[in-house]
Design a protein around this ligand. Structure first.
Ligand SMILES: [Zn+2]
Length: 343
């Protein structure tokens, strides 16, 4: 309405304009809109100008960490390679221990870890590490770890003479089986196949510890390269963790035996079973039944022999239940399901 009044005042002759002006004078003007506030003056450039450019990442040597801090024979070390926060990321990393290749696995944050065996009678571990950074810089470092000796008990055992004096046919069989097991345990996948913490495969007391010095029938000296857990024939034996069954067969000394590949050179073994419930090539989940307690092979009675193997060395399976390794296992990202289906 106001606009129409103003248009009339502009176009009409003076007389009419006076009337229009008089008519318009009676209509109150609406209150003027308050002035819009001034937009805030943002000066992002000035803010950033005060900060210097961050320094370009330098080819800095990665940090090395090992756990446990004091290592003892028959266990293993976890070696972790961490990129320097101010430096370039690590493109690739490789390791060797006593000339054995050690697979290193890349974690989501760009760090790497690998497991290094400290076999029975080892006094030190020498680990050669090499790295390539993202700019191509090559770096290397040797890690020397002291291995503490352990005290082991001694025991006398009586077994059938075929286990202390095998006939030529059995000797041939034994050699073939040992070659098969050695070759199997040397194959190392570069990815962990296990999920979370390891578990004991059978409830029950330890009846014979790892590393025990043994004398069979007063004539054969041997070392106990696993952990014996007491149980009754038929008790269920479970996979300590996820992995792939690489051996499931009747072996001369081990009896009905199952070996699981957990990746990164780590294997577990389950011996003297009365029955095997898995086949070679099969994938198993943690806790899955792999067999039943028995007394097959070189034994004095029913029990489970639980073994741990890393880079071909027989280690103490208790090391799998240590807090450092449990923490690492819980931090591992879940493996894609496709990996488990691939063969
Ligand atoms: Zn045993």
């Amino acid at each position: 309405m106001i606009r129409r009044c103003r248009r009339a005042a502009f176009n009409a002759p003076l007389a009419l304009a006076a009337i229009a002006a008089a008519a318009c004078a009676g209509i109150p003007e609406p209150p003027a809109a308050p002035p819009e506030p001034e937009p805030p003056q943002l000066e992002p450039l000035r803010f950033f100008e005060r900060w210097p450019d961050p320094p370009a990442p330098q080819p800095l040597a990665p940090h090395l960490r090992w756990e446990p801090s004091s290592l003892s024979e028959g266990t293993f070390a976890i070696i972790t390679v961490l990129p320097d926060g101010r430096g370039l990321p690590i493109f690739e990393a490789a390791a060797r221990a006593d000339d054995r290749p050690i697979p290193l696995y890349r974690m989501p944050g760009g760090s790497f870890f690998g497991l290094v065996a400290a076999p029975l009678n080892a006094e030190k571990l020498s680990v050669d590490l090499s790295f390539r950074l993202f700019d191509g810089t090559l770096l290397s470092r040797t890690l020397s770890l002291h291995v503490s000796p352990r005290r082991f008990t001694v025991t006398q055992l009586r077994v059938a003479t075929r286990f202390t004096q095998p006939d030529p046919t059995s000797l041939e069989r034994i050699q073939l089986e040992q070659a098969l097991v050695r070759a199997t345990l040397r194959k190392m996948s570069t990815t962990p196949l296990w999920h979370g913490a390891f578990l004991r495969p059978l409830e029950g007391a330890v009846t014979s510890p790892y590393g025990q010095r043994r004398m069979f029938n007063d004539e054969l000296r041997s070392r106990h390269t696993g952990l014996d857990i007491g149980g009754d024939t038929g008790d269920l034996v479970r996979a300590s963790n996820a992995g792939r069954i690489v051996i499931s067969r009747d072996l001369y000394f081990n009896g009905n035996a199952v070996f699981i590949d957990h990746g990164l050179g780590l294997f577990t073994g389950y011996f003297h079973l009365s029955a095997r419930e898995v086949a070679e090539g099969q994938w198993v989940e943690k806790g899955q039944i792999v067999g039943r307690v028995g007394a097959t092979g070189r034994v004095t009675g029913p029990h489970l022999h639980w073994g741990l193997y890393l880079q071909g060395a027989s280690l103490d399976p208790s090391a799998l239940l240590e807090p450092d390794f449990t923490r690492l296992s819980l931090d591992l990202p879940p493996q894609p399901a496709t990996l488990l289906l691939k063969d």
